[in-house]
Write a protein that binds this ligand. Structure first.
Ligand code: CMX
Length: 134
């Protein structure tokens, strides 16, 4: 489990609960322009919670919040070789949102699977940057 992501209206307001009340460590706050989000990464054991604040109402997470409200947005599994995994999933008939990986938080290589193939949950695969092969 790489992380669980929660869509929020306001990062600082949500951090008051996750960081100050729960006492989780916020290890990074990063703007990922390509994804239209500001991301706060909190450490929980050997995994993370990511809080996603949309950069505007017309971004994917902004539209998600307008349609469904704030809350659980996606779960992310870490993989060693994302291209291989996407190839294998495609062969098995899994519906992919991203056939090719793109850049996510921390410069990781990421791709989303369509919720139709995952019982309704948006599922992300992520290959960390320190694990990228040549
Ligand atoms: N949970 C469940 N279903 C979701 C969903 C979510 N969070 N987001 C989208 N969907 C559904 C849509 O309803 C749609 O369903 P239908 O095809 O049945 O209508 C389907 O998934 C595709 O969604 P879409 O928005 O129409 O498709 P796009 O290709 O435009 O975008 C997606 C898909 C998921 C990439 C985009 O909506 C999104 O959320 N982008 C932001 C990604 C993000 O969180 N980035 C954070 C980066 C930080 C990191 O590295 O983790």
């Amino acid at each position: 489990m790489d992380h669980i992501a929660v869509a929020v209206d306001n990062l600082e307001e949500s951090l008051r609960f996750y960081k100050e009340t729960l006492g989780l460590d916020c290890i990074t706050i990063e703007t990922v322009e390509e994804q239209g989000v500001r991301v706060a990464k909190l450490e929980v054991g050997n995994t993370h919670i990511e809080l996603l604040e949309p950069l505007g109402p017309d971004t994917p997470v902004g539209k998600f919040i307008a349609k469904r409200g704030t809350g659980l947005h996606h779960i992310c599994l870490g993989v060693d070789n994302i291209e291989d995994e996407l190839g294998k999933l495609k062969e098995k008939g899994i519906k992919l949102i991203d056939e090719k990986p793109r850049v996510g938080a921390d410069g990781a290589s990421i791709a989303f699977l369509h919720p139709k193939s995952t019982s309704g949950v948006l599922l992300e695969l992520s290959q960390p940057i320190d694990n990228l092969h040549d």
